[in-house]
Design a protein around this ligand. Sequence first.
Ligand code: PHE
Ligand code: ZN
Length: 853
Amino acid sequence: MTDQTIHLADYAPPSYLVDSVELAFKLHPSKTTVTSKINFSANPATKTRSLRLDGEDMTLNWAKINGKPVALNPDASGIDLPESLLGEHFTWECEVEINPEANTSLDGLYMSNGMYCTQCEAEGFRRITYYLDRPDVMSTFSVRIDSDAPVRLSNGNETGSGEGWVEWHDPWPKPSYLFALVAGDLVAHSDSFTTVSGREVALKIWVRPGDEGKCAYAMDSLKRAMKWDEDAYGREYDLDLFNIVAVDDFNMGAMENKGLNVFNASLVLASPETATDLNYERIESVIAHEYFHNWTGNRITCRDWFQLCLKEGLTVFRDQHFTKDMRDPAVKRIEDVITLRGRQFAEDAGPLSHPPRPGKYVEINNFYTATVYEKGAEVVGMLRTLVGAADYRKALDLYFERHDGQACTIEDWIKVFEDSTGRNLSQFALWYTSGGTPRVRVVSEDFDDGTLTLTLSQHTPATPDEDEKASRHIPVAVGLLYPDGSEAVATRVLELTKAEQSFRFEGLQMPPITSILRGFSAPVVLEQKQDNSLRAYLLAHDTDPFNRWQAGYDYALDILADMPAEATHIDRDFLKTMARAAQDSSLAPAFRAITLTLPGEAEIAREILASGHLPDPVAIHHARETLNKAMAAQMHASLPGLYAEMAVAGPYSPDAVSAGKRSLRSRALALISALEPECETARAQFASADNMSEKLPALGQLVAAGKAGAELEAFYRQWRQQPLVLDKWFGIQATRTAPENAVAVVRALAEHPDFNWKNPNRFRALIGAFAMGNLAGFHDQSGAGYALVADWMIKLDPANPQITARMATAFESWRQYAPARQQQMQAELERIKATPSLSRNTAEMISRILGDG
Ligand code: PHE
Ligand code: ZN
């Protein structure tokens, strides 16, 4: 394992650069040939002239250097070129044969339901032809596709076509990971966008015939994203054509290939009947994300894969900001923080912890993580908070001006901020290079003679690759309130840079109430002793909506973390506080809905662990149900009214306000259902709803109650031909089935004829959803949940290592559980590890999770 480790410290520039690439594809399902002609020039920045091209899983038919045939012997990962033939400039030509049909890894050139499709990030291009497959080698690409497929696409602009062939040219130099080719029977949903400088860009979303009617929202999102990037970042699109293709078989969400984004169909296709509000929101944000990559990722790319968060963290930050501008910014912030804590904090607290810019990896595909993406975005957000919006924009202008066309590092990025603001950011840079979640503690709040002295300390627990952590530069947004709810001091950003530090607020009339880490100004755990009456006060009065929500959330967490499963006495004040929030019409429905949502089971487990106890997922599940039921009982008189009030009249519209009402209505439905053994309200909603946003939660209630037989059957019959809806059918059963039945239900569903496990969406909908979304089912005492997931990982690994490796994260927190569960999980991990010819992807994950080496 260790000998395959790649270290950032070993980075060396390539010995040659590429001036131009010409590719010719003769597409055939099992025998595609790819001919390449590549002009190389010696890299003036290096002395070595030895050159090795990457290449995997292909047959070399012939090769030429400077037009002369050469006999070469590729090995399993590439080919060494004879140095004596190369010189300052040379032309490499070769023909390879590849088999798209046999490519189940969905990396490189593969087939999805008869359509040809590529995925090259991070290292898929080397499965298409021999190349210097690394992001710091950028070139223009010309592509010819010979195929009788009706539609044949590649990057850039179409430059010619005829019977059975087409040619494309991309004028913008790019690394190979941004190459794309798509061919098949597709239809376009077309539109256009006029850029700020008046250029007209043709926009096309390519889908299978029959899906044309489900592209309108994605197209609308794209146009809003293009406009937003012009307004917010001064970034204009740079080609005459922007293509998006929806594919059914895709490992990730979507891919930002230059001028030809490839999307998981689930993040493009939407209609009121088939997609939920959450689907619409995700489509909007991922369409924007991939579009934003055109500048942050494509025009300025990464020098090497250690710098991945340079493009991903920044682009996630941009898409989050876009969504805030499109929707309710407070609710979006809360959603993002819930995701961050749920995924990234969990990652950081266990064996997979790594810095946003890792120092080493075995398989780069294992580093498309919550830390790189979501924490990477938080780090950008902190920079913006520290320098302010205006200086942030100035810094970004400099970034684009200075680095356009380059492959950059995190150091380049930090330097841009230092140069444009004059600040020293060397301590801040630790956020990129050091892992772990800092804990910020409120040491004391002393009030004396109109002055509050607030003392904060910080400490970052050790992580697998680093024992001693230096103090970070942490922006802590703080506001002060008076007991009557008025604002004593508006939000101020404190810069915590030392292990312990005091801050003074002067001119106060009386001792104030502190509201700390407003807007979640830094990705840290805040340790503050707060009694629950204070939390109730903050939920009612804090002028910062994030902390308002946080107060209610902490209150719930506090109760849940030490609640016996069969609790008979539940804090009345909590119930009253929640009931008041539910009815508070000064709060947006979406905000009320999220406030009434209890912390997730995994979050409760972490809280229990932090308080020094071992969490029992089954007990947590029941405690959460009990609290939910107590909330329902408290509010029972007002719930029907709230449920009726939040009904949205008229035809379905995906706008944020309507979606917010529906989400509060769903929350009301869940509470109502807690008091209805026969689930009559849910059943009626399922029967009458004309949109998926209302159908699915109703079905979820019925499944959770074990009373969904007829509805599941009807749902299946109605939607069996629509894969994305069928995914929901699998997913809701995997996540909502009561834990004691979940393993049996998932096992049975895995035998279903529609459980096409090689399709990543379907695999995730059943096995992934069970492992990550049914905590108590997965952690079933018998160990059967672990065994089930491990069995499927062993089965999937030879076909699709990337998806299998991702599934391994279901086991990342194994050491947090009681010894019996630990042993069961460890045994399954060892069993996977012992599987013959396990992929490098999965092997790396398992060995990191087990903590060996
Ligand atoms: N670069 C893609 C994105 O975040 C994610 C991705 C990575 C897709 C690797 C496919 C393969 O936008
Ligand atoms: Zn991205």
